[in-house]
Ligand binder design. Structure first.
Ligand code: GCU
Length: 422
């Protein structure tokens, strides 16, 4: 009895410490319940959608509405009075290779309006550059060991004993491996990033400090009519707005990228804002690219328990019933059509259900086919480090939940190949 008690305590304790998957997590293919995916090309009255016209006029808005009402909530329009202030420019950043700009994006008139800090690196070319747009997890100053980067407004300090400036200096560049700037700039692309906390701190009470509260009246939206993922997505569209005002950026070639929870965000932002020309989901998992009906790895219940603020309240009613959802995540991917879409998984990232991400990418293909574009055509999961597919591409890389140089190399190649269709 005593040993059972000790082992239960140990399991609970180690789960709490490592935030590992709960003990009842399914990672066994044979335990997946039988399921049928909803067909993105069947209209609400049961008719087959066979033309781009019917897809764009009726079915696409209908599916977007289903996700809005059941999963992510609304996304308000661009606010009035929005303005930008370029606070710093260096035309010889990254050892002379890049232009660095830091811009404050104000969400309303006046300099005391809610705002976010944008960090931009552009190649030193004489033509406007295509730009990767993505939020970062730990602050702009962590994406490169560049002393000129303005530190994040919200510091995540593990050690409360150290001062803010010690925390800033010791975390400069700590996420640099996820943002291989040299590689990106050398290929002629730019990067635009902001800390997602500037929009809404990522905890259950974050909405009280974030734009869902500070912009509530200006945006005419109740705080619970949208979600943290909605607020972060809205911020990505505001970056696009800025890029449209910057002659050095090619705002018709913006490539949305996000990892994990920010990959879920990139997909939702890309579904809502069709100005983004390519969308990349890196290990976005449950509530992102992965199919919910497979019940493999993370579940809707897990998401809503650990992160109740990410989605709207109604999503909780599907906690143990993904089969009751009128959508599954392949339909979110289909909303990216006809734009190029890249879905990437990692072999050791079972929590995100790599196969569920693959099947989701595969099942978005019929919508791309309406545009005569090819999605993922292979039927089986590809071997590791072997990208497959055309306008929808998929890979599963070796290694853990992360964004690596390998991932970026594939994204850069994908962007190059899709230059014409942008
Ligand atoms: C947790 C969460 C995932 C999420 C990930 C991340 O693991 O359960 O849904 O994608 O965090 O954002 O890193």
């Amino acid at each position: 009895m005593k040993s059972v008690f000790i082992s239960v305590v140990l399991v609970v304790f180690s789960y709490g410490l490592s935030c590992a998957q709960p003990p009842d997590t399914n990672t066994d293919e044979s335990r997946i319940p039988p399921y049928t995916l909803p067909d993105p090309l069947i209209s609400p009255n049961g008719k087959a959608i066979t033309t781009v016209k019917d897809w764009e006029r009726k079915q696409r808005p209908y599916i977007l509405k289903l996700f809005t009402e059941n999963v992510y909530g609304k996304i308000p329009a661009k606010p009035a009075g929005m303005h930008f202030k370029v606070t710093e420019t260096d035309s010889a950043a990254l050892n002379g290779k890049a232009i660095r700009k830091q811009v404050t994006i104000y969400f309303a008139a006046g300099d005391d309006a809610p705002s976010m800090d944008l960090l931009l690196y552009l190649p030193r070319t004489n033509k406007p550059a295509a730009v990767f747009v993505g939020l970062n997890f730990t602050g702009n100053h962590t994406i490169a060991a560049d002393k000129a980067i303005k530190p994040a407004r919200h510091l995540k300090k593990k050690d409360q004993q150290i001062t803010d400036s010690e925390a800033i200096e010791s975390s400069r560049g700590s996420s640099a491996s996820r943002w291989p700037l040299e590689e990106i700039i050398n290929k002629g692309y730019g990067v635009a990033t902001a800390h997602y906390y500037d929009l809404e701190p990522d905890d259950k009470d974050g909405w009280k400090q974030g734009i869902r509260t500070t912009m509530k009246d200006a945006l005419h939206i109740a705080t619970d009519a949208w979600s943290a993922i909605g607020a972060w997505s809205w911020g990505l569209s505001r970056i696009q707005d800025y890029l449209e005002s910057d002659a050095a950026a090619d705002a018709k070639r913006t490539i949305l990228i996000g990892h994990s929870r920010l990959g879920k965000t990139a997909l939702w932002a890309g579904a809502n804002d069709q100005r983004f020309s390519i969308v990349i989901s890196n290990n976005s998992g449950e509530g992102g690219a992965a199919l919910s009906r497979r019940v493999f790895g993370e579940t809707i219940r897990n998401l809503n328990t650990s992160f109740p603020h990410w989605f709207i309240a109604r999503y909780k009613s599907y906690n143990d019933h993904p089969e009751m959802l009128p959508v599954d995540q392949h339909m979110l991917l289909s909303l990216i059509a006809p734009r190029p879409l890249y879905v990437a998984s990692a072999e050791d990232d079972k929590w995100a259900d790599p196969k569920g991400e693959f099947l989701s990418a595969k099942n978005a293909a019929p919508v791309y086919a309406l545009y005569k574009l090819q999605g993922v055509t292979v039927n089986e999961m590809p071997a590791v480090n072997t990208p497959v597919g055309a306008t929808i591409r998929y890979h599963i890389r070796t290694g853990k939940h992360d964004v690596t140089l390998y991932d970026w190399q594939q994204y850069l190649e994908f962007a190059e190949q899709n230059k014409k269709s942008e």
